[in-house]
Design a protein around this ligand. Structure first.
Ligand code: SF4
Length: 366
């Protein structure tokens, strides 16, 4: 559900919305910085001072010391990271509080703590290093900070794995099964050395299970990598059949996908990498080249518009939009900015200081 706005914001036409957003931005001047994630719609991203992926945007926000307000057009965990990295005086706002991330929500902190206890109990002689993808809640980042682990991005996951892999060590990777498996296999961890930890399905009403029972599911010989079975609802929709179809339909096309896709998709693509890597690769490609891209549709459309000399299609011909990211519309952005003009801070995302300190530790170790 989208966050409900005051009725006067609901029926505004595009022209008025855009005019008032510009006016509010101009009134706030350098006191506000608007961040736009690559997966946002064009109608929102055109007002962003910076575009980028989640961590890059948070790091940029941290450098904008003059800005009192950071309006993050992204999802909840991104605004949390921005809050962790900015100063106590800066306020981070999310224009629609309903913009969460289904993948981040798949790792519940109590359940992760339970998993940790079971693994520790099963393999007392092994060192366990928790690594969380930055697409996770502040609580999960704090857990990793507290337990001697760190965060990673889709660009540096391999480097982070290589830093910690070793004898008598188990990596516990949260919350994205696919990024974890793709990275582990790249780092020459064998498929048999990877164990998939099944999270509880809350909508099925699963309860905490007996630790003994969970421990029995783990192999006798310690795995090198334990994956939390979270996934991105956008990237999980790309398939091998789509790759085969694209190659038949457009002979010579290059397939480039995000590592949040399943391993079969990544293994059968020509190239794979983070959002920034996909943008850079396609932008630098020679005129006349053809690309089937396995990532969020708003970004693919934008790349097609910005590279008219290339053939660019989305690997999935049906919709593959990040629904959470797309909750933010111009009326939400306008409402947030006009409140700031009136001195009212709405939808502030504030991470409690203890969690922020431990989460920062995990981010800094990366
Ligand atoms: S694209 Fe996937 S990981 Fe990113 S915000 Fe949407 S659901 Fe979450």
């Amino acid at each position: 559900m989208r966050q409900v706005l005051p009725p006067e914001y609901l029926d505004l036409g595009t022209e008025e919305l855009e005019h008032r957003i510009q006016q509010a931005k101009a009134a706030l001047r350098k006191r506000v910085v608007i961040l736009g994630h690559h997966y946002q719609k064009d109608e929102v991203i055109r007002f962003a001072d910076y575009r980028g992926d989640s961590l890059k945007l948070s790091q940029l926000a941290a450098r904008e010391r003059e800005a009192e307000y950071i309006v993050f057009c992204g999802v909840h965990f991104m605004a949390e990271t921005a809050d962790i990295l900015t100063t106590a005086e800066q306020k981070v706002l999310l224009p629609d509080l309903a913009a969460g991330c289904s993948m981040a929500d798949m790792a519940d902190i109590d359940e992760v703590e339970e998993c940790w206890d079971v693994i520790k109990g099963k393999y007392p002689d092994q060192e366990i290093i928790p690594i969380t993808y930055v697409n996770s809640t502040a609580e999960i980042k704090a857990f990793c900070g507290r337990k001697g682990g760190m965060t990673c991005t889709s660009s540096n996951a391999r480097a982070v794995f290589e830093k910690v892999i070793g004898e008598d060590k188990i990596i516990l990777f949260l919350p994205d099964e696919h990024l974890g498996r793709n990275t582990g296999l790249e780092c020459e961890i064998e498929a048999e050395e990877i164990f998939l930890w099944e999270r509880r399905e809350q909508d099925r009403g699963d309860q905490f299970e007996d630790h003994e029972m969970r421990a029995q599911e783990l192999p006798v010989i310690a795995p090198r990598l334990i994956l939390w079975n979270g996934f991105c609802s956008v990237h999980q929709r790309f398939t091998l059949e789509q790759i085969n179809r694209a190659r038949t339909k457009y002979p010579g096309i290059k397939v480039i996908v995000h590592p949040e896709c399943e391993h079969t998709v990544v293994a059968n693509s020509d190239l794979h990498g983070s959002t920034e890597y996909i943008i850079e690769t396609v932008t630098r490609a020679p005129a006349g080249s053809s690309w089937a891209i396995g990532t969020e549709i708003n970004l693919v459309h934008r790349l097609a518009q910005e590279n008219p000399d290339k053939k660019i299609v989305c690997l999935n011909e049906t919709v593959c939009m990040c629904m959470s990211m797309n909750r933010i519309h111009q009326p939400h952005l306008l409402w947030t900015l006009e409140n700031l003009v009136q001195g009212k801070v709405v939808n502030q995302i504030s991470v409690p200081s203890e969690i922020a300190a431990e989460a920062k530790l995990a981010l800094e170790r990366m």
